[in-house]
Design a protein around this ligand. Structure first.
Ligand SMILES: *[C@@H]1O[C@H](CO)[C@@H](O)[C@H](O)[C@H]1NC(C)=O
Ligand SMILES: *[C@@H]1O[C@H](CO)[C@@H](O)[C@H](O)[C@H]1NC(C)=O
Ligand SMILES: *[C@@H]1O[C@H](CO)[C@@H](O)[C@H](O)[C@H]1NC(C)=O
Ligand SMILES: *[C@@H]1O[C@H](CO)[C@@H](O)[C@H](O)[C@H]1NC(C)=O
Length: 376
């Protein structure tokens, strides 16, 4: 039995519409179909948005979060060999996308200044960022910690567009945008985390239309700026997060028997994903000729947690590799990864969760596999 109010279930979503929209989802388009030579068409850069799952160095220099855990060992121990500002032991989903697309590493927005800095692509994601503005969340009684929302990231993007425009001619700039991949990493989980602090999904579920609306506004800005290829990540299975599992212990009926994840939190994530996919379907109809891909991170993580051995993971897929506290989740804020008293597991490649909130490099590689197939 899952205490999930029937009113939250997506009964209002017309099933037929969803099926229809899935059916007409376009193939990943080539970056630029105007020069008549499809074989040579390639993506040239990535513009990324999101939170700590996508941040490659912004929170590390943003005053509110500078010097945080992600800037200390053992973050980065597996890849880079040193902390790189990424919330993982190594590469993130966006890093595997960049490698797979063979484009340069995007410059974290807060570390760049000139058009030349941003021409390789730009990463606007900030650890702790919310989809919704802090003032809106506050109006719902929800406190956020890092005062950066998706609208900040899109206004930074508009700054970069202005810079790039001023240093190239119209046609060049149009090609720059058309040959870029826009990756909107998962965004909204922080909004939901803060709303779930009372252990009730009601407040969090009431945010779903607003969160998806904020993502829609951001996508509209990217499309208006000339984006043609956009991959939008869905929500992760919130109920499989070691942090949530440790914070909200429940009775047997609270867990999905197949995964051991908290069922009502995963249903919240599915509600978000359904609304997101529906919104993307509407945008595809409104903006034909663009590739608007839904990038699923929910299904790969649930699969890895449900049958870890099938995908090369170890037998504790719900435990954090780095942290402390032991037990099935190995998570306690007082021994958060990289703080004194925390320890890291010997083999992070066997874990799905790195620090109880963020994925290991191994999980990120696994999650990115299907995403890349659809972009290439
Ligand atoms: C852009 O990418 C190229 C190729 O990876 C690299 O050589 C160059 O230093 C990068 N420029 C900036 C400003 O990051
Ligand atoms: C983020 O956006 C808010 C609201 O527009 C603004 O007040 C704030 O200065 C922005 N923060 C940064 C760091 O750009
Ligand atoms: C959580 O509960 C406290 C105390 O009842 C209340 O003050 C707060 O606004 C609630 N927060 C959310 C996000 O509902
Ligand atoms: C977390 O660790 C602190 C300090 O050791 C301890 O007091 C607390 O009970 C732990 N919390 C949980 C949920 O285990």
């Amino acid at each position: 039995m899952v205490p999930f109010p029937a009113s939250l279930l997506p009964a209002a979503v017309p099933l037929l519409l969803i099926i229809l929209l899935v059916a007409v989802e376009p193939q990943a388009a080539y970056a630029d179909d105007t020069d008549g030579d499809r074989d040579r068409m390639r993506y040239s850069r990535v513009f990324a948005f999101g939170n700590s799952l996508t941040d490659t160095g912004n929170a590390a220099v943003f005053p509110v979060t500078a010097g945080g855990p992600f800037t200390m060992p053992p973050y980065g121990e597996t890849f880079f060999g040193h902390p790189s500002g990424r919330a993982s032991n190594g590469r993130l989903i966006v890093d595997f996308l960049v490698e797979g697309l063979k484009v340069p590493q995007p410059t974290p927005y807060l570390t760049g200044r000139t058009a030349a800095d941003f021409l390789n692509g730009t990463n606007f994601a900030v650890g702790g960022a919310t989809a919704l503005d802090p003032a809106f969340l506050a109006s719902k009684g929800i406190m956020s910690f890092v005062p950066i929302s998706l609208s900040n990231e899109t206004s930074w993007f508009e700054n970069v567009v202005r810079l790039l425009k001023s240093s190239s001619d119209y046609d060049q700039h149009r090609k720059t945008m058309a040959s870029s991949v826009f990756y909107v990493g998962e965004i909204g989980v922080n909004d939901y985390f803060f709303a779930l602090s009372n252990n009730s999904v009601n407040v969090a579920a009431s945010l779903v239309p607003h969160v998806v609306g904020a993502i829609r506004s951001a996508l509209t800005i990217m499309i208006a700026a000339g984006a043609r290829t956009v991959a939008v990540s869905g929500m992760l299975p919130i109920g499989c997060e070691p942090q949530q599992l440790a914070l909200f212990p429940g009775g047997p009926g609270d867990y999905d028997p197949a995964t051991g994840c908290i069922a009502r939190f995963n249903e919240l994530a599915e509600l978000h994903n359904l609304a997101l996919k529906r919104m993307l379907g509407e945008l595809r109809l409104a903006y034909p000729g663009r590739s608007l891909l839904y990038a699923d991170i929910y299904r790969p993580v649930v699969s890895a947690v449900a049958s870890p051995a099938s995908y090369g993971f170890g037998d504790t897929p719900l435990a954090a590799c780095c942290g402390g506290g032991g037990g099935p989740y190995n998570f306690n804020f007082s021994t958060f990864c990289a703080t004194p008293g925390s320890t890291a597991c010997a083999d992070p490649s066997k874990f799905v969760s790195w620090d109880g909130i963020h994925f290991t490099e191994a999980a990120n590689r696994f999650i990115t596999r299907d995403m890349l197939k659809r972009l290439l």
